[in-house]
Design a protein. Sequence first.
Length: 160
Amino acid sequence: MKIAVMSDTHGNVDLAVNAIRQLGRIDKLIHLGDHYKDAMEIGKKTKIPVDAVAGNTDVDLYPSVLREKIIELRGTRILIMHGDMYKVKQGLNYLLAKAVSEDVQIALFGHTHFPMKQRIGKILFLNPGCILTDNSNNSCATLTWVRDKVEGKLIPLDAR
């Protein structure tokens, strides 16, 4: 099973769709907000099932969309969120506390526009970065299960 993880697409649906195509076979897309609507459009264009949360720029447009949730894939508990509510631009302390209290193995977040992969204890923290026009550092991430083990990987994207 291979999952694409994206955040902060900010209306750049075509760039995100091209990124998905660069990743090969994908079983699911997890979109971490900013822009929630993009997640739905990317899913329709790629025919990939989507799990998404709202980001800070989505709150007024989609007040009924969850800001965070826990999903379980192949026995792995994953916290998905945008990250602004846990002050991720200032570090991972608040997010770490949340991840520990929810007993998750993976915490996925965006908001900073910078990719990051870090393991703290038994928890993998993964920020896929952003997908923006006029940005030479676009990136996304993948989660891949091989047997019962999951690997997170940051993927720099081709500018196409």
